[in-house]
Write a protein that binds this ligand. Structure first.
Ligand code: NDP
Length: 487
């Protein structure tokens, strides 16, 4: 299996190789085989990319928004036309099941390009009547923006960051996660084919040091990162020390609250979606499932029954529902947390092991895992595991569960399952989370802002909020009479 791109980087509308950079092997997580060999960027390559973006951005910003939008919408069409091949590439790079990558990855990036390509023409400043004089505001681009991606949704993250940035008239240098460098290159090629001017979207590969070099580059106006809280803190302080704008899309340990009156099958389905999709590697996952005592036992029984039917195996088989984790490091980390859960005294109700799959012995597979009898203080209920590990906790009443749900440093997302709608809205109003779902979980349409409270991040992606975060406001005061000067 090979997925070798033409070169490691994409700068100024061209593939660029730089063999001086450290080797960056790309592995297929289902087998462990090497599918591509790339090089991380050297400082020269980073300079080349930032300079290309800096030089190209002013002319791009001068285009009418509708013209910029037209190019983005053409790129969205190309993404959709090539969805099948992009899904295969994403599956090889991440190990995620093809039945997911066919619907959730390039398609989600296309949604963002289409949405922002249309929305930007209707996005503008305000007019304020000052009783004769007046003022208006202009929404202006920031300049060169840096995107730093995570490995769970590589092309989606590249699309979610670049679409609002480019629509608004910025240029971008994007650094994918070292684990999943391939699909951002495909997106860059598609942008060029759609008519994007050279230098407006550039991709450089690398490890954390390349991300840090970009985040601290003096020509960069904004940094948008998706990843873990510890890395977010580092990147935010680099950006902050130079007064750059920043959007941080970070991790979580989100609560999913199931009341006694919930529809059992929907609640179980929501909890499974919110813990096992993408092999549990989703930042907004509802990994603390609080179930009210009256429903708890029936909930766990149905949860285990349905989890037993999950088909785990060859990610390229359209019947497979769960692939491996992204890397050996993530595999070891998740198995480590499962051992911690056992040691802490939680009850392992399902999974917890490595499945034996013929032909995939070198893969990073872990069984979907359910712990019950979990308490709030256990590490498996406090720390982001980022794998298919669900913790089930029980509760008595509404006030108690809201307090416990909020007792975390994170605040990315939350979910409530109940048939009592006044209660659903009351609870959601109390939850400290940037995105809440009522009788649903993990749906993130581009029309709705997405981002975290507390340590889960700052800024928002998606919706018009993202255009605000990729622009700055200029206020213009206009005098219509004489200058009232005391001099
Ligand atoms: P990180 O958060 O460490 O990395 C995210 C991105 O930031 C990557 O592109 C990474 O590059 C880059 N980066 C790392 N260090 C720096 C730095 N000092 N300055 C600038 N950029 C940097 O995620 P990891 O891939 O290392 O995963 C670690 C853990 O984070 C996982 O086990 C998981 O628990 C969690 N995670 C959470 C995500 C979420 O959305 N909540 C997403 C991904 C991971 P590189 O990959 O090359 O190191």
């Amino acid at each position: 299996m090979k997925a070798q791109p033409k070169a490691s980087h994409y700068i100024n509308g061209r593939h660029v190789e730089d063999e001086q950079g450290p080797a960056l092997p790309v592995t297929y997580p289902a087998t462990g085989e090497t599918i591509a060999m790339l090089h991380a960027a050297t400082s020269n390559t980073v300079e080349l990319a930032v300079e290309a973006a800096r030089a190209a951005q002013p002319a791009w910003a001068r285009l009418k928004p509708v013209e910029r939008g037209r190019i983005l919408r053409r790129a969205a069409d190309l993404l959709r036309e090539r969805n099948a091949e992009l899904a295969r590439l994403e599956t090889l790079d991440t190990g995620k099941a093809i039945q997911e990558t066919l619907v959730a990855d390039a398609a989600s990036a296309a949604d963002a390009l289409e949405y922002f390509g249309g929305a930007v023409a209707a996005f503008g400043g305000d007019y304020t009547d000052l009783g004769g004089p007046f003022a208006y505001t202009r929404r202006e681009p920031l300049g060169v923006c840096v995107g730093i991606g995570a490995w769970n949704y590589p092309i989606q993250v590249a699309g979610w960051k670049s679409a609002p940035a480019l629509a608004m008239g910025n240029a971008m240098v994007f650094k994918p996660s070292e684990n999943t460098p391939l699909s951002a290159l495909a997106l860059a090629e598609i942008y060029t084919e759609a008519g994007l001017p050279d230098g407006i979207f550039n991709v450089v590969q690398g490890f954390g040091d390349v991300g840090a070099a970009l985040a601290s580059h003096e020509a960069v106006a904004k940094v948008s990162m998706t990843g873990s809280v510890p890395t977010g803190r580092k990147v935010l302080s680099l950006a902050g020390s130079l007064m750059k704008h920043a959007t941080m899309e970070l991790g979580g340990k989100s609560p999913l609250i199931v009341f006694d009156d919930a529809d059992l099958e929907n609640a179980v389905g929501g909890a499974m979606l919110g813990n096992f999709y993408s092999t549990g590697q989703v930042c907004s996952n509802g990994t603390r499932v609080f179930v009210q005592k009256g429903l708890h036992d029936r909930f766990v029984e149905r949860l285990v029954e349905r989890t037993k039917t999950i088909r785990i195996g060859d990610p390229l088989d359209p019947e497979t529902q769960m692939g491996p984790l992204v890397s050996k490091a993530q595999h070891d980390k998740v198995l480590g947390y499962i051992a911690i859960g056992r040691d802490e005294g939680a009850t392992l109700r399902h999974g917890g092991g490595v499945p034996s799959l013929q032909g995939f012995e070198g893969g990073c597979f872990v069984e979907p895992t359910i712990f019950t009898d979990v308490t709030d203080s256990m590490r498996i209920a406090r720390e982001e595991i980022f794998g298919p590990v669900m913790t089930v906790l029980s509760f008595d009443d509404e006030d108690e569960v809201v307090t416990r749900a909020n007792d975390t440093e994170f605040g990315l997302a939350a979910g409530v399952f109940t048939r009592d709608l006044p209660r659903a809205h009351r609870v959601v109003a109390e939850l400290q989370a940037g995105t809440c779902w009522i009788n649903a979980y993990n749906l993130t349409p581009v029309e709705v802002p997405f981002g975290g409270y507390k340590q889960s991040g700052i800024g928002r992606e998606n919706a018009l909020e993202a255009l605000r975060h990729y622009s700055q406001v200029k206020s213009v005061y206009v005098e219509t009479g004489d200058v009232a000067s005391p001099y």
